[in-house]
Design a binder for this molecule. Structure first.
Ligand code: SF4
Length: 711
């Protein structure tokens, strides 16, 4: 008798589209779930081809260890591989102290893995050195929403509410390419007359559908937000009643934005004054209960050295319009990685304990230590953020042995040549992954792990909806789950209380998160399966979950949302004579993150096997570059050569390149690692770049004048 198809979820982005897998012998049939609330039957090319990852010929199926004589990686048994790890960790900590061993996690790990990895660092290794690649993704928005709303849940409302908003301001996000099934909600809204404003230096597929497209100079979104609020305040479009009753601190913001009059903002951002005024009126139109508007930000606004303040500026705008907590309205930030939300809640971050608790909070330490059966005094203090941890390798007090789980930092970290150099200075590197990524290829030990459909576990999607990915197929014989490996290593290191069973780990996570901001205590595998996911916070099994937040108040000490005045600051690296243009980076429709998985799926690389740099025809002509030519991009950190594609929809002073490729085409060789002071987010989205024709490196044609605005 044939078994029923398994309901599970796509392995890639934060939409976590519902799919079913029907397995019969070697044949796997993948279908979208027509009734799952985020995708409602939709999938993108990545989702449709996700089964290709299972049984892929390049799949790691045995542990690898670096041979002492040849220096090459060779297959090994699990005992040999894990004993090498244990002996390297013990030797390093004996000789250099506990913090000399580090852990680096990923935003794609299940909640159970993220939780147990944090516990492994604090209990089995007792090291403060742990952080994860989500630091490169969501940290600025998280810092801004925490300080304003007292909590960080990307969408504080279900995705489907987007269809009910009358006006949407979408900043630095291109869901038409990054999560196409989500566009059905935007399209539904527009088809009933909603107006959409998109802010992006490129005319993306999303921007092309908008009513207004604003194209600011990269790194100037904050000034644009303050300029919009300036117009809204001057034209009497504020929701003064909401400001008075539900917020604090508006007068300082009102004073700050007085200086952002539209013609000044035009000079900073390059966005015409008339467009700023039109966008402000569109956003502020309608008053009181009639106003249904949303402001959504993503990495384009946030991945800057001013990312937290930029997100804050848009939150200020949303609060001044009285949006958060109102039906079909609010401020939200769109999470990128598959478990970008849950991955930042349960202890992978350098300063965090499960439940979004702070590691420096004595009550939080006492609670979590009780669940873990350890003395609170034995828990380490906060460690360095992701880039700081990597950059400190080889320096006094830096990490000397490192365990990287499901993260390809050689491709995804900024200033990646420097990061690769730093990894090569380690005494010992162990990497857990499903393929031999660029980072795994540098390791002393590589541990092959189970992937999405081979294991069960929970993910928390962009809405804060906790969903269950169910196992549908068996893993290869010699492959083990990350939970199992963490439990085994912990035991070998003399620690107890680590489980290999996802459901057991999830129940423990629920207890550890109880009373925290991200409270999962009332969520269980059974409840998720019957409810199409459960929105946190959910403090008890008897308690309804929380699809919509902030209707009555905010989880701050005074129950109000807090404005914070923010000012446009100089971008860390402005164009100059040597590096005269802006470089910005981003994602493509058919690739995901560092490309470890999607670059190995033939259907996804057809016609797009290599990255392409997009530049405006005016810039291309000036530099003697034609479409299809090789273009050399050079910054203060390195250079890459890519094929050029001319795009009349990008700013003429800006070059765009995707970050999904490694090796010589890795654009993160060029990106600026300068960090946001609050979130420690690197400045992926803007740095100064020189552009030339790689074939001739021809002298620029200075007769050609273009529209170049250096803000
Ligand atoms: Fe859905 Fe994202 Fe998977 Fe595409 S990559 S199918 S949008 S979850």
């Amino acid at each position: 008798m044939a078994s029923a198809p398994t309901k599970t979820h796509c392995p890639y982005c934060s939409l976590q589209c519902g799919i079913t897998l029907d397995v019969s012998g070697d044949r796997i049939r993948l279908e979208p779930q027509s009734d799952f609330p985020t995708n409602r039957g939709g999938l993108c090319a990545k989702g449709w081809t996700a089964a290709e990852l299972l049984g892929h010929p390049e799949r790691l199926t045995r542990p690898l260890v670096r041979d002492g004589r040849s220096g090459e990686l060779r297959p090994a048994g699990w005992n040999e591989a894990l004993e090498r790890v244990v002996s390297a960790f013990e030797r390093t900590q004996r000789e250099h102290g506990r913090d000399a061993v580090g852990c680096f996690g990923g935003g794609g790990l299940t909640n159970e893995k993220a939780y147990q990895f944090g516990k492994f660092a604090r209990v089995a290794l007792r090291t403060s050195a742990i952080d994860y690649n989500g630091r490169f993704c969501m940290s600025s928005a998280a810092a801004a929403t925490n300080r304003t709303f007292g909590i960080d849940r990307g969408l504080p409302f279900p995705l489907s509410d987007i269809a009910g908003a009358d006006v949407i301001l979408l900043v630095g996000s291109n869901p038409a390419d990054t999560m196409p099934p989500a566009m059905q909600y935007f399209d539904e809204g527009r088809s009933r007359g909603a107006k959409h404003i998109v802010v992006d230096p490129r005319r993306t597929a999303t921007a092309a559908r908008a009513d207004i497209h604003l194209q600011p100079v990269p790194g100037t979104d904050l000034a644009l937000a303050n300029g919009l609020l300036n117009v809204i305040a001057r034209e009497g479009l504020l929701d003064q009643r909401y400001i008075d009753e539900r917020t604090a601190g508006f007068e300082a913001v009102r004073r700050a934005v007085r200086l952002y009059w539209p013609d000044r903002v035009e000079r900073i951002t390059g966005v015409p004054e008339r467009d700023i005024v039109a966008a402000a009126r569109m956003l502020g139109g309608g008053t009181g209960k009639a106003r249904r508007a949303m402001i959504l930000t993503a990495r384009g606004a946030e991945q800057h050295s001013t990312g937290t303040d930029t997100a804050q500026a848009f939150i200020n705008l949303a609060l001044a319009l009285g949006l958060p907590g109102r039906p079909y309205s609010g401020f939200a930030t769109i999470t990128g990685q598959g478990n970008g939300q849950g991955g930042r809640e349960h202890g992978q971050k350098a300063d965090q304990l499960p439940g979004y608790r702070r590691l420096d909070d004595p009550d939080a330490r006492a609670h979590v230590a009780r669940v873990w059966g350890v003395n609170p005094a034995d828990l380490p203090s906060s460690g360095r953020s992701a880039y700081e941890m990597l950059s400190a390798i080889g320096t006094p007090g830096g990490v000397r042995a490192l365990w990287v789980v499901a993260s390809n930092v050689v491709v995804s970290a900024p200033n990646s040549l420097h990061v690769a150099d730093k990894l090569s200075e380690l005494d010992f590197l162990v990497v857990s992954d499903i393929f031999l990524s660029e980072t795994a290829a540098m390791a002393d030990v590589v541990l092959p792990t189970t992937q999405w459909a081979e294991e069960s576990g929970t993910m928390t999607n962009l809405e804060g909806r906790v969903i269950l990915r169910q196992a549908a197929v068996s893993p290869p014989d010699e492959v083990r789950s990350d939970l199992d490996v963490m439990a085994d290593l912990a035991k070998r290191l003399g620690a107890h209380g680590f489980s290999s069973e996802p459901q057991e780990v999830f129940d423990e996570l629920g207890r550890a998160s109880q009373g925290g901001k991200a409270d999962y205590r009332g969520i269980s595998y059974e409840r998720i399966a019957t409810d199409k996911g459960v929105f946190w916070p959910c403090p008890s099994a008897m308690y309804p979950d929380t699809p919509r937040m902030f209707a009555e108040d905010f989880p701050t000490p005074d129950r109000r949302a807090h404005f914070h005045p923010v000012e446009q600051r100089r971008t860390a690296e402005l164009p100059d004579d040597e590096f005269p243009y802006y470089l910005t980076t981003g994602r493509l429709l058919r690739q995901y993150q560092s490309g470890t998985q999607t670059r190995r799926v033939a259907q996804l690389t057809e016609g797009e096997a290599e990255p392409v740099a997009e530049l405006h025809p005016t810039l291309a002509q000036r530099m003697g570059i034609g479409s299809g030519d090789k273009v050399r991009l050079k910054t203060r950190r390195g250079e890459v050569v890519m094929t050029a594609r001319l795009n009349g929809g990008i700013r003429p002073d800006t070059v765009f390149a995707p970050f999904h490729w490694g090796g010589a085409a890795n654009i993160n060789r060029l990106t600026n690692p300068v960090l946001d002071p609050y979130s420690r987010m690197p400045s992926f989205k803007v740095c100064a770049v020189a552009v030339s024709n790689a074939a001739s490196d021809a002298e620029p044609n200075t007769d050609q004048e273009g529209d170049f605005t250096h803000g």
